[in-house]
Design a protein around this ligand. Structure first.
Ligand code: ADP
Length: 498
């Protein structure tokens, strides 16, 4: 089929000159391109050459008659609309022509308006058909694009090194990729369709995925990453997110699983290495420190002030190194899970009083007030090793003293918050900029600015505190405003007796 011209071409086949000329005049004015033919054969040869949209066809003509032309047009050019022109006497023939596939008819003689109406109707039909064809082509194209896109996404997901699992809103697994089957030690031919527990043995992760699938997590940022292991050789990290529909309803979850075994092994090796080196360094360093102290004591009057200064600096530096090594060893012990030696119920309020008493001299040296704000009610004890608790709050309060200026105020507040005992170490010191807040719990991270430049430290205090709080099943968080102060909040599980 030839594409139709714009404007549409109309072929008028009639042996009467008056009809041909009249039709040509009216239709040209309507914006059509008009070709006329005096006989059937002539009309058919025009059709072979031109993309004709509509034919006005006289039924009674010399040579091959209109019905024969109609039959040939229907066979060879089925998309062309044929309007037959009939005399009153041949109205039955017109009906017959319609049965044979003519689109419409117009009786002879006709008024210009009659012709306009019939032709406009045909034009509208052509417009609608063209539009329908365009939409159909577009639909096919979109379907093809969609198919290609789906296949592309499928290939991407199938070739990802990360495991991917998708559930529906009931927590049934609807998709798993080959990497996930490898990670979870599933058979290569295992297919989706069953409940999540049939694929993942870790109960905690199953519950998390079920909760997300059922839309229980409104705030996506709050969804925790989940670490789990397969046997004692493979460590995996899962991140899950809900899939939302158009009305924000939860349609299920997408779980992305990363194999972190290598990272874990490296981390362990690194910790072991650090612990070993620290251990080996501690004794000789302590000896050097003690000997420097002895030498300084013995020859204090015999050496120049420059030498004395040098020796004092060396002694200070070895002290700093010994404290760094102490922190590193503490951290290694926490990472190895060997921290809590003597677990017993501890009255935290009493312990905090002791720590504050011990550190008050440091605070006083900076003219700071250091106070304990006790709870309104009697607090249940915390089950922990007292040394662990001392380390946690000793570190936090020392930091508050160090990072608060002369005359500052430090308050340690304790109370009950649900099933937790909450301790807040509040200072009105230097504060911490937002961009550092997450990082200060990382090893060796120190905020360096004008205020903190001359404060010595290792950057290991907060990682130790976090490791210890984690080991007690608690949480630590920080809020801070630069120039106004910081609040470190620790939540520890309260040991409530039945
Ligand atoms: P260190 O104190 O040895 O540098 P930490 O791990 O205890 O190491 O703390 C990390 C960093 O966090 C510190 O260098 C300091 O910049 C910041 N920081 C910790 N506590 C406070 C606080 N109470 N106020 C302001 N900054 C703090």
């Amino acid at each position: 089929m030839k594409p139709l011209d714009d404007p549409l071409t109309i072929l008028v086949i009639d042996d009467e000159k008056g009809i041909r000329d009249g039709a040509q005049r009216i239709l040209s004015k309507m914006g059509f391109s008009v070709i006329t033919a005096r006989q059937g054969e002539e009309g058919l040869s025009v059709l072979a050459e031109k993309a004709v949209a509509i034919i006005l066809l006289d039924l009674k003509m010399p040579g091959i008659d209109g019905m024969e032309v109609l039959a040939r047009v229907n066979k060879q050019y089925p998309h062309v609309l044929v309007i037959v022109i009939t005399g009153f006497a041949t109205i039955e023939t017109a009906i017959e022509a319609m049965k044979q596939g003519a689109y419409d008819f117009i009786p002879k003689p006709f008024e210009p308006d009659q012709l306009r109406i019939v032709v406009n109707r045909a034009k509208e039909k052509i417009r609608l058909e063209t539009e329908a064809q365009r939409l159909e082509a577009e639909k096919q194209r979109t379907l093809a694009d969609l198919g290609a896109e789906q296949s592309r996404i499928r290939t991407i997901i199938d070739s990802l090194p990360n495991g991917v699992l998708v559930t529906n809103a009931d927590g049934m697994v609807v998709f798993i990729n080959p990497a996930l089957k490898l990670q979870l030690d599933l058979a290569p031919d295992s297919s989706p369709g069953l409940g999540i527990e049939q694929y993942i043995s870790d109960k905690g992760l199953c519950k998390l995925i079920l909760d997300i699938s059922r839309g229980k997590h409104v705030d996506f940022e709050d969804i925790p990453q989940y670490e789990f292991s397969i046997g004692d050789q493979k460590y995996l990290l899962a991140r899950a997110r809900p899939v939302l529909g158009q009305r924000n309803q939860c349609l299920g979850a997408v779980v992305n699983v990363v194999d972190i075994t290598a990272m874990k092994v490296l981390d362990r090796l690194k910790s072991e290495f650090v612990a070993k080196v620290s251990h080996e360094l501690r004794s000789p360093l302590s000896t050097i420190h003690e000997q420097l102290a002895l030498v300084l004591n013995d020859i204090i009057d015999q050496v120049s002030s420059t030498d004395r200064h040098l020796l004092s600096r060396a002694k200070e530096k070895t002290k700093g190194l010994i404290s760094l090594i102490g922190d590193l060893l503490d951290l290694s012990r926490i990472e190895a899970g060997a921290v809590c030696q003597e677990i017993k119920p501890v009255q935290l309020e009493e312990l905090l009083e002791k720590i504050i008493d011990f550190l008050s001299a440091q605070a006083k040296a900076k003219n700071q007030t250091l106070t304990l704000q006790k709870a309104d009610q009697n607090l249940p004890p915390v089950k922990a090793d007292p040394l662990t608790l001392e380390s946690i709050f000793g570190n936090l309060i020392t930091n508050a003293i160090n990072y608060t200026g002369e005359g500052g105020r430090i308050t340690v507040a304790i109370d009950l918050s649900g099933i937790h005992i909450r301790v807040q170490v509040i200072d009105n010191g230097f504060g911490i900029e937002e961009r550092h807040l997450e990082k200060i719990f990382e090893r060796f991270y120190r905020v360096k600015n004008e205020k903190t430049r001359y404060i010595t430290g290792t950057g290991l205090g907060l990682p130790i505190v976090k490791g210890l709080v984690d080991s007690l099943g608690g949480f630590i968080s920080v809020q801070s405003t630069p120039g106004q102060g910081s609040t470190f909040t620790v939540l520890l599980p309260a040991n409530k007796q039945p």
